[in-house]
Write a protein that binds this ligand. Structure first.
Ligand SMILES: [Zn+2]
Ligand SMILES: [Zn+2]
Length: 250
C-alpha cells in the first residue's frame, strides 16, 4: 500500500453522476473505494441549483462536469467533516449551521476529522491510502447561517432546514416536502453510524432520529450508502436504538 499526497489526487474528472429523478442527482468520486465514498447531491429548482454537501473534493473541474441544466449554483452543508466539504468552495453562496461555522472557515485536518481517520486507511479505489497530514480542504466560509425551520427557496422547490445534531453539533437535514425526500448527511445510514467521535452525542442523535421519523417523507438520501425508503429508515432507527440499549446495559 502506498500513501498518496492529497494534491496528487485533485485532478480533472472522476465525478460519478446518477440521476435519481425529480431533478435530483447523486454525485460521488470514482477515485475512492465504494465503502469510503460520500454521496453529495445536486438538486435543481427553477431559479437555482443546489449542491447538498461537497464530497471529498478531488474533481478539479466540478462546475464543467455537472448536468447541463445546472444554474446559479448554491451549496448547503449538512456538516463540516472532511468527506463532505471538498467542493463547497465551488459555490458562491454556502448555507450551514452556526455551530460549525469556524470549521468551514478553517477546515484543518483535526477540526474536519480527516486526522486521525485517514491515517493508514486504504480508502482509495486502487487500495492505496492518503497521506493524512497532506489533506488540504479549501476554506468554504458560510455566507448564510441557517437553523431549524429556515427555508431555502430554489424556485418552485423549497428545502426546509432541520437542526439534527448528534453526529456533529451543527448537523442539519433538508426536507424537500414536495417530493417527500430528506437529505440527512451522516445522522442516519445503513452502515455504521459514527456516534463516538469528537462532537458526537448518542442521546442527542436519538432525539434527531425521532425528529426525522415524525416527518412525512418517502425516501431518505444519506451521506453514505444506499437510499432508504420510509420503512427501511424506521427499521434502521430501531436497530440503532436497540444496539445503544445493549451498550448502556453492557
Ligand atoms: Zn460526518
Ligand atoms: Zn461522512
Amino acid at each position: 500500500m502506498r500513501e498518496i499526497s492529497w494534491n496528487e489526487l485533485v485532478r480533472p474528472g472522476g465525478l460519478v453522476s446518477e440521476p435519481l429523478g425529480s431533478g435530483i442527482f447523486r454525485l460521488s468520486e470514482s477515485l475512492l473505494s465504494a465503502d469510503e465514498r460520500s454521496f453529495f447531491y445536486l438538486v435543481h429548482g427553477n431559479d437555482r441549483s443546489c449542491l447538498i454537501d461537497g464530497g471529498w473534493g478531488f474533481c478539479a473541474d466540478l462546475l464543467d462536469r455537472l448536468p447541463r441544466e445546472t444554474k446559479d449554483l448554491v451549496a448547503i452543508a449538512t456538516h463540516s467533516h472532511f468527506d463532505h466539504i471538498g467542493h463547497l468552495s465551488s459555490a458562491g453562496r454556502r448555507f450551514g449551521h452556526r455551530d460549525e461555522a469556524l470549521i468551514f472557515r478553517d477546515p484543518n485536518i483535526e477540526a474536519t476529522q480527516a486526522w486521525p481517520y485517514l491515517a493508514g486507511r486504504p480508502c482509495l479505489a486502487d487500495g492505496n491510502s492518503i497521506e493524512a497530514r497532506s489533506v488540504g480542504q479549501h476554506p468554504c466560509p458560510l455566507t448564510d447561517l441557517v437553523d431549524e425551520g429556515d427555508e431555502i427557496d430554489l424556485g418552485g422547490r423549497v428545502l426546509r432546514v432541520l437542526h439534527t445534531p448528534g453526529h456533529s453539533p451543527g448537523s442539519i437535514s433538508l426536507f424537500d416536502e414536495a417530493t417527500g425526500t430528506v437529505f440527512c448527511g451522516d445522522i442516519l445510514l445503513e452502515g455504521d453510524i459514527y456516534d463516538d467521535i469528537p462532537g458526537a452525542d448518542r442521546n442527542v442523535l436519538l432525539k434527531s432520529h425521532e425528529r426525522l421519523s415524525s416527518l412525512s417523507f418517502d425516501r431518505l438520501l444519506p451521506g453514505h450508502g444506499r437510499a432508504m425508503d420510509r420503512l427501511a429508515v424506521l427499521k434502521r432507527m430501531e436497530r440503532y436504538r436497540e444496539a445503544l440499549g445493549r451498550k448502556l446495559i453492557g
